[in-house]
Ligand binder design. Structure first.
Ligand code: HEM
Length: 198
């Protein structure tokens, strides 16, 4: 797993709980790498699981919930660090079609040793979208958080339901997204007050 994922995780922990807590967490996790990550380095993905487990022990929150929270945070970081993927801001569903065919392949060009999951999608009608996550690594909860982050980023009224397809292993999941019919980003303020009709 690329170091950027680890450095963002530690930045999130540092921002929420402070530097001392962050240092303590790294010590408690007893990581093979020692925990001094660089953004371009590559580390065993199991260290991310170990870090989330350590954070779970420290905070009393469930590991998968923390992984989801981190996914939401990470989406925000990606949107700032890699603005090129966010320039043609269309819609959340449109963006999600691009993960597997555009974004992750570009990530792979940038970091040839990146280990990326596979996504397939189905867009049966304007208001429904299905994304299926598949990986040899157990990051379905991270994917869920990233998708939640994308929904928040586009500001559309979309509900997200998750179906576990790997009996708790975290390696395969189906995400069903439903948009409220007619709901979209709220541009009403751009057009001034509604003049009303006679
Ligand atoms: C909603 C959108 C996205 C989803 C659901 C998603 C999902 C994931 C997941 C679950 C992983 C962990 C690896 C695995 O599961 O096997 C991952 C890795 C990664 N993704 Fe994405 N991703 C999204 C968007 C992006 C964007 C916008 C970028 C930035 C350009 C990005 C860059 C990366 C990088 C750098 C990794 C680490 C690769 C590695 O560990 O070697 N992703 N992605």
């Amino acid at each position: 797993m690329k170091g950027i994922v680890f450095t963002e995780f530690l930045e999130m922990v540092d921002g929420r709980f402070g530097e001392e807590f962050c240092d303590r967490l790294i010590d408690a996790a007893d990581l093979p790498s020692g925990g001094s990550y660089t953004a371009v380095g590559t580390y065993d993905f199991n260290e991310m699981i170990t870090l989330v487990e350590a954070l779970s022990r420290e905070t009393g929150k469930a590991g998968p919930d923390l992984m989801k929270l981190f996914g939401e945070y990470l989406f925000g970081s990606f949107s700032k660090r890699y603005p090129v993927f966010f320039e043609q801001k269309t819609s959340c569903f449109d963006f999600l079609t691009k993960i597997n065919d555009v974004i992750h392949p570009e990530v792979h060009k940038l970091y040839p040793d990146a280990q990326l999951p596979h996504f397939s999608h189905d867009w049966p009608d304007d208001n429904s979208f299905v994304l299926v996550y598949q990986s040899s690594r157990p990051f379905a909860a991270l994917a869920e958080g990233l998708i939640a982050g994308a929904i928040a980023y586009f500001g559309e009224k979309i509900t997200l339901e998750v179906e576990d397809l790997a009996a708790g292993a975290g390696t395969m999941a189906r995400f069903n997204l439903s948009k409220e019919p007619g709901a979209g980003p709220d541009f009403s303020s751009d057009f001034g007050p509604d003049p009303g009709h006679d």
